[in-house]
Design a protein around this ligand. Structure first.
Ligand code: PLP
Length: 409
């Protein structure tokens, strides 16, 4: 297949975008045209090793033939019908997600933020049936979130994303959110009380710098939520669907939530979100309580079934663990004075540096390497889950000179 964007076209495309697109993103200075496996290509034909995967999205890499064929076939049959009607892909995906997790039921969304909005709304409604005197104004409305969390940029999810830079321009936010230090058992025990409606936590924090919750922390949150009848929400938008080497990140702690949110990789790059819930949560939701025009449409749910079928195979997950361990080892061997720590699980790793992560990201472009940061000093590695050890070697061969160059700069 030929992809014939010329250099002049690339300049024209970037100029057009600069002129007409809202300036909310700082994009890399090239135009991507296509991808294959773990590689992306720009309009000059330059190849990049993709260690970003659309920010933990393209789990099966680029141009996966099975995924592409399923999408193409479904597109010719039926792309959208709305939630006024039953369709098989929607029902089948929900059944698969429940069969593979703690959940009894699923509510589909179009993104991670939206899935978290769903989680908050469902938790609020559930709390109304549980509060003192079980009145609608029970006061059981408080949401507990944690430092360095990222739950999205819509108003509810943003209120639970305690980053001044993200929140300040948009206040007032949704009220009644309290923030506790992540992984601090004592503080969490103090803050969860009868007025708590829900606790929302990422089992492995992504944007906040790749920090895993300890099993004891998640277990304590489960205990406190049970004791005070609060909903425990796991945001697995970034760490779920095989990313950490188990299908769900919560498996490492042996704790299940009442609600779990998914998005990024679930449909292999098509926009999807999902809130997976227990029967108890689902039982308080009635027709009209929540909805979405696009969510759970036949195209995205067909794609998601391909992704889920592949990733949930024990061999696939074993591959993620094996290549993830190898990647971690090779990063640890890098032995650069600029590296403070290598952390994370599976193919969700963070390289904490003494310098700006963005400097490494930018240096990567000329070496044919795509990286993304997670906070100011952490380079985040969230490649396609089909990454092989040979790709890890290629990454290390590119990273070594980048770090040496920045060390002497
Ligand atoms: C853990 C987590 N939750 C929620 C979101 C928001 O997802 P989206 O950008 O699809 O709205 C993100 C996005 O990075 C995320 O990492």
């Amino acid at each position: 297949m030929a992809f014939t964007t010329t250099q002049t076209d690339a300049q024209a495309i970037m100029a057009l975008e600069a002129r007409h697109v809202v300036h909310s993103y700082a994009r890399a200075p090239f135009v991507l045209t296509h991808g294959e496996g773990v590689y992306l290509y720009d309009s000059d034909g330059k190849r990049y090793l993709d260690m970003v995967a659309g920010i933990a999205v393209n789990a099966l890499g680029h141009g996966d033939p099975e995924l592409a064929a399923a999408i193409a076939q479904q597109a010719t049959r039926m792309i959208h019908v709305s939630n006024l009607y039953h369709t098989a892909p929607h029902a089948e995906l929900a059944a698969k997600l429940c069969g593979l997790s703690f959940a009894d039921r699923v509510f589909f969304n179009n993104s991670g933020s939206e899935a978290n909005e769903t989680a908050i709304k469902f938790a609020r409604k559930l709390a109304r049936t549980r509060g003192i005197g079980k009145k609608s104004d029970s006061g059981k409305t408080q949401i507990v979130a944690f430092t360095d969390a990222f739950h999205g940029r819509t108003m509810g999810a943003l209120a639970a994303t305690p980053r001044e830079k993200y929140q300040a321009p948009f206040r007032p936010l949704m009220p009644d959110v309290v923030v506790a230090p992540f992984n601090d058992l004592e503080a969490a025990a103090r803050l969860v009380w009868p007025g708590t409606c829900a606790v929302i936590v990422e089992p492995v924090q992504g944007e906040g710098g790749i920090h895993a919750a300890t099993p004891e922390f998640l277990q304590l949150l489960r205990e406190r939520c049970d004791r005070f009848e609060a909903a425990l929400i796991f945001d697995e938008v970034q760490c779920g669907v095989g990313r950490t080497g188990t299908l769900w990140a919560y498996e490492a702690a042996g704790v299940t939530p009442d609600i779990m949110t998914l998005a990024k990789p679930l449909a292999g790059g098509l926009p999807i979100g999902a809130a997976l819930v227990t029967e108890q949560v689902a039982s308080v939701i009635e027709p009209g309580d929540h909805g979405s025009t696009f969510a759970g449409g036949p195209l995205v749910t067909t794609a998601a079934q391909v992704v889920l079928n592949r990733i949930s195979q024990p061999d696939f997950l074993a591959h993620v663990r094996e290549v993830g361990n190898y990647l971690k080892e090779r990063l640890e061997e890098l032995n650069s004075p600029l590296i403070r720590e290598v952390r994370g699980r599976g193919l969700m790793l963070g390289l904490e540096l003494t310098i700006s992560a963005q400097d490494v990201v930018q240096a990567g472009w000329s070496h044919g390497l795509l990286l993304v940061n997670a906070g100011p000093n952490v380079v985040r590695l969230v490649p396609p889950l089909i990454l092989e050890k040979s790709h890890v070697d290629e990454l290390i061969d590119k990273l070594q000179p980048i770090l040496s160059g920045l060390q002497t700069a």
